[in-house]
Ligand binder design. Structure first.
Ligand SMILES: *Cc1c(COP(=O)(O)O)cnc(C)c1O
Length: 366
């Protein structure tokens, strides 16, 4: 028997019971007309979550990292230049993807715990007029920092670049407007603010991005993530061709999670995440704990908290797990041992979760 935990780390978050129940619906064929109809409705719900009218909006059958890879392998050809603004683990992963596509990455680095500075990105775009894309992470889960996606996408547009945006931890948690902000390619995940089990990566591509995909002179190096092939199954178009067997029951879960999001309302969900962050912050500060990130750039759904001097951070996490069945996250890379990452994502963003976490931390530190 596996234990039942409360998940307040960097993902997965607690899964809604309705979502778990949806996964036990009967499995049907991936080309069953009823399933094709279901897929179309699911993609419509995804358009709502992303705030887009993009025709090519669908879930990739693998976790968030696959959505990232899907963007890079489809939008970049060998030798093409991409500017990557990096301020944490996931910016680093973008760089690794660009390299493996044989692309020519130009990295603009920012100190961990700080946002991407649009001024420096503009300088890099001006210095590299042959760049075809600008890639960055909107919500950097490794540090709890929000960057200004709208400003960065505008810069991409002004410099004739496609924007590639990581919204894995953004979707459902903070404001995101794909069409209004002029985002060309975006990917997300299910196990963060959507509170759906891990394993799928919603993506969306606008016409400019799809024009780039269609005008490639070489096929994408990835067969599985090739958008030409994927859209043959997911549409648009009434005729659907087998590409791979879709993860039927995982898609039921995503559909249910998106229905719950729509029922709550996107803006209400964003406000709930913001309000619970304030409650957590007040409680932590009352205990004398400090945040790692400046207030202005903090993500409400991922709280990076400094480990106080003399405290064994791993012992605190073990105590919470063993005594409270509560999971919080550790720091990564240069922040290992220095911060805890407390997630208030999706179903895990509630008053009850905040209270449990504060209570557990108080006991642990005592
Ligand atoms: C979690 C995360 C990913 C990777 O998602 P997986 O589902 O773990 O593959 C990518 N980017 C960000 C910002 C994330 O938080």
């Amino acid at each position: 028997m596996l234990p039942k935990r409360t998940l307040m780390g960097p993902g997965p978050s607690d899964v809604y019971p309705e979502v778990l129940a949806a996964m036990s619906r009967p499995t049907i064929g991936h080309l069953d007309p009823a399933f094709v109809e279901f897929m179309d409705e699911l993609n419509q719900l995804l358009r709502y979550a992303f705030q887009t009218q993009n025709t090519v909006t669908m879930p990739i059958s693998a976790p968030g990292s696959a959505g990232m890879e899907c963007c890079f392998v489809n939008l970049l050809e060998p030798g093409e230049k991409v500017v990557i603004a990096s301020n944490g683990v996931f910016g680093g992963r973008m760089l690794e993807n660009a390299r493996r596509c044989g692309a020519n990455p130009v990295v603009v680095e920012f100190e961990w715990g700080t946002p991407v500075d649009p001024g420096k990105v503009e300088d890099a775009l001006k210095a590299n007029p042959d760049a075809v894309a600008l890639a960055f992470v909107h919500s950097e889960t490794s540090t709890g920092v929000r960057s200004d996606a709208e400003a960065l996408c505008k810069l991409a547009q002004q410099n004739d670049c496609l924007s590639i945006v990581d919204a894995v931890t953004t979707l459902g948690g903070i404001e995101l407007k794909v069409d209004d902000w002029g985002i060309d390619a975006i990917y997300s995940g299910t196990q963060k603010c959507l509170s759906v089990p891990p394993g799928l990566s919603p993506v969306s591509f606008n016409d400019a991005a799809m024009d780039k995909v269609k005008s490639r002179s070489t096929p994408s190096q990835s067969w599985f993530l090739d958008l030409d092939l994927l859209t043959g199954y997911w549409g648009p178009g009434a005729k659907r061709a087998y590409h791979h067997t879709a993860p039927i029951n995982s898609l039921y879960a995503l559909d249910e999670g998106l229905r719950l999001l729509k029922k709550e309302g996107l803006e209400n969900a964003w406000n709930r995440h913001a309000a619970n962050h304030v409650k957590l912050r007040e409680g932590l500060e009352a205990m004398g704990l400090e945040f790692y990130v400046d207030a202005e750039y903090r993500l409400p759904q991922l709280n990076a908290v400094k480990v106080p001097e003399g405290v064994d951070e791993a012992a605190v996490r073990s105590f919470l797990l063993n005594e409270f069945n509560l999971e919080i996250g550790a720091g990564l890379g240069p922040l290992a041992g220095k911060i805890w990452r407390i997630g208030l994502m999706g179903a895990s963003s509630s008053e009850k979760h905040v209270e449990l976490c504060l209570h557990g931390l108080k006991a642990a530190l005592a």
